[in-house]
Design a protein. Structure first.
Length: 102
């Protein structure tokens, strides 16, 4: 998304979504071709950036759709971090300090 203007950001994101939500790598490659046909003239660097990273993208399709959603969204990780921070912060206020050893 760093390569497109803010005016086209939502439309480009909507057209990229079928690529990473495709059930197989072959269908994702076809979606990338369709994306390049539509946006390749205006944004020359988006599709080639995907193609350069394609070797890192392909293993992503080995996982089920539910697992892939967890991988590409950070909400689950952020939620866990928030819970841990809240718990540890609360525990820190009730911890008793020991006197230094003599």
């Amino acid at each position: 998304m760093n390569f497109c203007s803010w005016k086209d950001c939502k439309a480009v994101a909507a057209d990229l979504r079928p690529i990473y939500e495709a059930p197989t790598a072959d269908k994702a490659a076809r979606q990338l071709d369709a994306f390049e046909e539509k946006w390749g003239g205006k944004y020359l660097s988006i599709a080639p950036a995907w193609r350069r990273a394609w070797a890192e993208v392909i293993p992503f399709f080995a996982f089920s759709a539910a697992i892939r959603k967890i991988i590409y969204t950070t909400n689950a990780v952020e939620s866990l971090n928030r819970v841990l921070r809240k718990t540890l912060k609360t525990m820190g206020s009730f911890r008793q300090r020991r006197p230094p050893p003599s």
